[in-house]
Design a protein. Sequence first.
Length: 314
Amino acid sequence: MSITVDIDSNSGFCAGVIRAIGKAEEFLDGTAGNGKKLFSLGAIVHNDAELKRLEDKGLVCIDRDDLDDMLDADGENLLIRAHGEPPQTYTKARAHGFTVVDCTCPVVLKLQKSIREAYAALRDRNGQIVIFGKPGHAEVLGLIGQVEGNAVVIEDMRMLVDAVAAGSIDLRRPVEIFSQTTKSPAEYASVCARLEQMMADANELSVERFKGTRMFVRHNTICSQVATRHAKLSAFAVEHDIVIFVSGKSSSNGKVLCERCKSLNIRTYHIDSPDELRKEWFRPDDKAGVCGAASTPKWLLEDVAAEIRSYNDK
Ligand code: SF4
């Protein structure tokens, strides 16, 4: 075999994840913090290998039920992930005796602030907040928490149509729409265009005239790192004969990016570690591309590339 392997230079942790992991490591190696244990509310990164590396250093991941049960944390540290959390989580953690280590990504903090401001402004206009995101995702829960739960969450076009049919989105009332930071820019654009068209029709106006009413406001809240990744990853997928996409299977960003690769290169395989590679996927002269999500560490991409290169020696 003479397979060549490229690693996508744009893959790897985004700034928000690098920041959260860096902060966790400062606590784990004792250069920051109060010497107490470090808990993370949910997986700090959706990648089992990286998570294990941090757990081996002492990080303990807990879920919301654990937080409910831990009534006397005695100053132990609770890390809030880059995804952010609703305000109630901070209140509860402090009430239970935790020291909160807030690693919410600045981009998510900005989005939380904009949604709060829009919600306050829309109250007087009987308006509605719509979130384009995955129901139940931590970032989305954090956003809903900013608006006292008064938001409609739609993940795709079908959910938009269903929400309108069910009356959860009232086309005659003002709407401000926000996207979860890691959603697909193309899908967000399609959903926004459809909703705007439906609102224009319901108000018996052309889309052009409807725009002037400011009844529909779209906030561009997809993370710029994610948005540029989509374009660069698309080019990478097309340039290679076979694409190995590396990310945890539960990573929302990973699923979106992997689907993008698959839509452009049918020979795209989603793995979360080198163990899942199969030699039979490869042809003798393949130009293979290894890439990943915002939660995939660079060292893991290198391990996968090394395993593929080893097929040339066997
Ligand atoms: S994808 Fe963007 S918004 Fe989300 S954590 Fe990373 S840098 Fe922050």
